[in-house]
Design a protein around this ligand. Structure first.
Ligand SMILES: Nc1nc2c(ncn2[C@@H]2O[C@H](COP(=O)(O)OP(=O)(O)OP(=O)(O)O)[C@@H](O)[C@H]2O)c(=O)[nH]1
Ligand SMILES: [Zn+2]
Length: 204
């Protein structure tokens, strides 16, 4: 666990967590701050629901990528070309405003003898998505987790997302998409591999 805390410092220790009661009280304060009355009937159960919902929306703090990426397969008949899982949908929350980021991740790697279970790639997206994020951090974290655990010849990650903090509030620009990429290994050094990744992501 210590290595995880060191590598992914936003992962909190269970002992540092406030109690359920403290979390619910914080929600009551925010309800009053918003201008409502937490003692009215419709809001009585809301703090407990919000706390429960936060557990789910931010479940990524309780999961480590090593746990899901541990199992790999070697029997793939010598397959050594790109594996791309694209259009992995995710919901995250921006660390500046704590409002949703809605997007899709495209994740590829070049195997070096071993491959991952395909669902594990989507699970890694879930682990980082269910934390407070910037899109740049999330992109880099997914790439690094796969790089570190699988040691492939290269990893490519592209995320396209809409930030509700730019749509619902602030500058209020609906429908804009932010694209971020991280390339490692052969995707970084070989322009042809990078171009092929882009073409495959774009093909419908
Ligand atoms: N680089 C980056 N910025 C983000 C991300 N999510 C939100 N932001 C930006 O974080 C910035 C925070 O800016 P601040 O000026 O501190 O906060 P603010 O007054 O709420 O800013 P506005 O959104 O412009 O109203 C804003 O420009 C957001 O658009 C992200 O994933 N990556
Ligand atoms: Zn934001």
């Amino acid at each position: 666990m210590d290595a995880i805390v060191k590598n992914f410092p936003q992962t909190n220790r269970e002992s540092d967590r406030p109690s359920q009661q403290e979390a619910e009280e914080a929600v009551r304060v925010l309800l009053r701050w918003a201008g409502d009355d937490p003692t009215r009937e419709g809001l009585l159960e809301t703090p407990a629901r919000v706390a429960k919902s936060y557990r789910e929306l931010f479940a990524g703090y309780d999961m480590a990528p090593e746990d899901v990426l541990g199992r790999t397969f070697e029997e793939v008949a010598g397959y050594d070309d790109m594996v791309l899982v694209k259009d992995i949908p995710f919901y995250s929350h921006c660390e500046h405003h704590m409002v949703p980021i809605i997007g899709k991740a495209h994740v590829a790697y070049m195997p070096d003898g071993r491959v991952l279970g395909l669902s594990k790639i989507a699970r890694v997206v879930e682990i980082y998505g269910r934390r407070l994020q910037t899109q740049e951090t999330m992109t880099a974290q997914i790439a690094r987790a796969i790089d570190d655990t699988l040691n492939p010849r290269g990893v490519a990650v592209m995320i396209e997302a809409e930030h509700m903090c730019m749509a619902m509030r602030g500058v209020q620009k609906q429908g804009s998409t932010t694209l971020t990429t991280t390339f490692t290994g052969t995707f970084k050094t070989e322009p042809a591999d990078q171009a092929r990744f882009m073409t495959m992501v774009r093909s419908r």
